[in-house]
Design a protein around this ligand. Structure first.
Ligand code: ZN
Length: 195
């Protein structure tokens, strides 16, 4: 049952991938993806995700696995505050530590709640965001900021500082990582280097 739900999630993510030139250009779809029974690990935002109605197949598939997800939060309360941790979470769909194990790439499903500000940060791995549902205001150093909605993508090169602000509602994103530093975690505090 649980395994089927994750296969549906993977399938819905692959549908998004196969309809997006930007995602396909960014990284190949891994040739080997082995399902791993990861421990269920919840975050408060799972309740929001389950209540948020949207018809996108990847949105629905995410809701269906939400309670079984191995949800993560990179940041501590000291870094982002208590409120942020109530309204945010991501799971690794595939990757070295994903629900599907592979060493060929990394894919995440990430959620940020309404009104949240995800401060400037950076990481060594290159990444591309694809908006599944909702919208967010994407800022990246050296690129025009833009309000992105379902189907829009935004790429960040290695260590390019970026920030994300949710406005009228939450956002659900499908994110791919590539590069030698794929295992690195996002680093906060890039703001100082921007001033
Ligand atoms: Zn990032």
């Amino acid at each position: 049952m649980k395994q089927n739900l994750f296969h549906e999630l993977l399938h819905a993510a692959h549908q998004v991938y196969s309809r997006s030139d930007a995602l396909q250009k960014f990284a190949p779809w891994p040739s080997e993806l082995m399902y791993v029974d990861k421990p269920e690990q919840s975050v408060p935002a799972v309740r929001q995700i389950k209540r948020w109605a949207d018809t996108h197949p990847l949105h629905i598939a995410t809701q269906q696995v939400a309670e079984f997800g191995n949800w993560k939060q990179t940041y501590t309360e000291d870094e982002v505050g208590f409120g942020f941790l109530q309204d945010y979470g991501y799971l690794e769909l595939y990757g070295p530590d994903g629900h599907f194990q592979t060493y060929e790439g990394r894919a995440y499903i990430g959620y940020w709640g309404r009104g949240l500000y995800y401060p400037w940060h950076r990481h060594e791995a290159e990444e591309i965001y694809s908006v599944v549902s909702g919208c967010g205001y994407f800022e990246s150093q050296g690129t025009e900021p833009a309000l992105l909605t379902a189907g829009d993508t935004r790429m960040h090169y290695s260590n390019q500082p970026h920030a994300l602000t949710m406005r009228d509602g939450p956002i659900l994103t499908f994110v791919l990582w590539r590069g030698t530093a794929m295992a690195g975690l996002p680093l906060m505090g890039a703001t100082s280097s921007l001033n």
